[in-house]
Design a protein. Structure first.
Length: 418
């Protein structure tokens, strides 16, 4: 396709539209002729490779074993692969040994040797820096915090939103929180000018690069944009423009191929005020696991009584897809609640799963897919970042049916393509 059309943009469209988190078989077929590939073909193969570094390790190993020097394609691959990710998952030091073999090639050019040595040094420094900055983030959702964000601040402009996100003691903002604020803000405030939107996106990118804002998953943004296109509200177009700008930002958003969609593996009720939602998941950044049971994580739902009742419909049923269908709020659904990732080892006893340190709430997106039917019979599949947000934005909805609830786990920091 790339050779025929001659434009890299078309290949990027193909990768984003059809590429999954791991297209090993597809990539293997093309890498079989690795030495004869054009550079323009290697780049999209890296993107399609997702988080699978082993397939590229095998390709490089074969290239080195069949050459007396470092081939141009091998050098290009080394310069464009995310070596930091490769080294992080390298529990048996295979990648380190690979670079030793490169250094021992009898006819390697001095310039190539210097380049590869520089790549190794930069990778080690990057990994040392990352490990020193690691911190545990477990909070996923807190109804009281959202209540505070919405009602403790006055949002006249998009700048007011940035101020609210950067003030106080909140050290990290989930993208779901921001979506709730945006849906609330655009219902009540004046239409922002283009320069205001541009500045908002610039500030959001800065916060995201500072690890203060979670990246937005396309799985969450796309259904909301599609649903808003049916809204008759005055500010719908402006909100769509903001969400589209977020989606187009490589800093703020992550494509579908960079998110692994998970359904709840098992649910355990601890008591009437606490539930465990258990997920099985082999993180691409975890090393070879020798622990008993399955790799995964647990999300804890817990109820908080005697607090401000605002958001209503609890997520105690959030991950229970057996409730798919029409449903109504009950008297018991008016308590506030929190959802958090649990990392304590004792919490995993007798669950059949264990959690690795690499698992982080920063990378977890919670979303519920609902099918809405409009008065004209149109059906929309959309995401619920806030309870029944479409009642304000889509007043023509006649029925609501839950299709399913999921986690989209972001692995963009563990993709083999730079």
């Amino acid at each position: 396709m790339l050779k025929r059309l001659g434009k890299e943009t078309y290949m990027d469209m193909f990768v984003n539209q059809f590429g999954q988190s791991d297209d090993t078989l597809f990539v293997s077929k093309y890498l079989a002729d690795f030495e004869n590939l054009d550079f323009e073909m290697i780049s999209p193969l890296l993107k399609l490779g997702g988080s699978n570094s082993e397939i590229f390790f095998k390709t490089l190993s074969e290239s080195i074993s069949h050459n007396l020097h470092l081939s141009k394609n091998a050098l290009y691959l080394l310069q464009n692969i995310n070596l930091k990710v490769c080294f992080q998952a390298d529990c048996d030091l295979s990648w380190s040994k690979l670079f030793d073999k490169i250094a021992d090639l009898p006819e390697i050019l001095l310039s190539d040797l210097r380049i590869t040595q520089k790549l190794v040094n930069e990778t080690w420094r990057a990994n040392d820096t990352d490990s020193s900055k690691m911190e545990s983030k477990t909070a996923l959702y807190d109804a009281v915090r959202i209540d505070s964000l919405l009602f403790s601040h006055i949002y006249h402009t998009l700048d007011d939103i940035i101020s609210a996100l950067t003030e106080g003691e909140i050290s990290f903002i989930m993208c779901k929180d921001i979506l709730i604020i945006l849906l609330w803000h655009f219902l009540k405030c004046a239409t922002p000018k283009q320069e205001e939107i541009d500045k908002f996106i610039f500030d959001m990118e800065r916060l995201c690069e500072e690890k203060k804002v979670q990246r937005f998953s396309w799985q969450i943004i796309d259904p909301i944009i599609s649903a808003l296109m049916h809204s008759t509200k005055d500010n719908a177009e402006s909100l769509i423009l903001v969400l589209t700008s977020i989606r187009q930002s490589k800093v703020l958003s992550s494509p579908n191929r960079e998110n692994i969609v998970l359904s709840c593996y098992k649910e355990t009720e601890v008591n009437s005020d606490e539930n465990k939602f258990i997920f099985t998941f082999k993180h691409p950044g975890s090393k070879k696991c020798t622990q008993l049971g399955k790799c995964g994580f647990i999300i804890q739902w817990s109820r908080h009584k005697n607090t401000i009742k605002f958001l209503g419909n609890t997520l105690k049923r959030f991950f229970d897809n057996s409730h798919a269908g029409n449903y109504e709020d009950s008297e018991d659904d008016t308590d506030d609640y929190t959802l958090k990732l649990v990392t304590e080892r004792e919490y995993y006893e007798d669950t059949g799963v264990h959690c690795h340190d690499v698992i982080s709430a920063r990378d977890i997106f919670l979303y519920k897919v609902n099918t809405l039917t409009l008065k004209d019979g149109t059906e929309l599949n959309t995401v619920a970042p806030i309870v029944s947000w479409w009642e304000n934005w889509l007043p023509d909805v006649t029925t609501e049916k839950m299709k399913g609830a999921y986690v989209a786990y972001n692995v963009s920091d563990y993709m083999v393509a730079k």
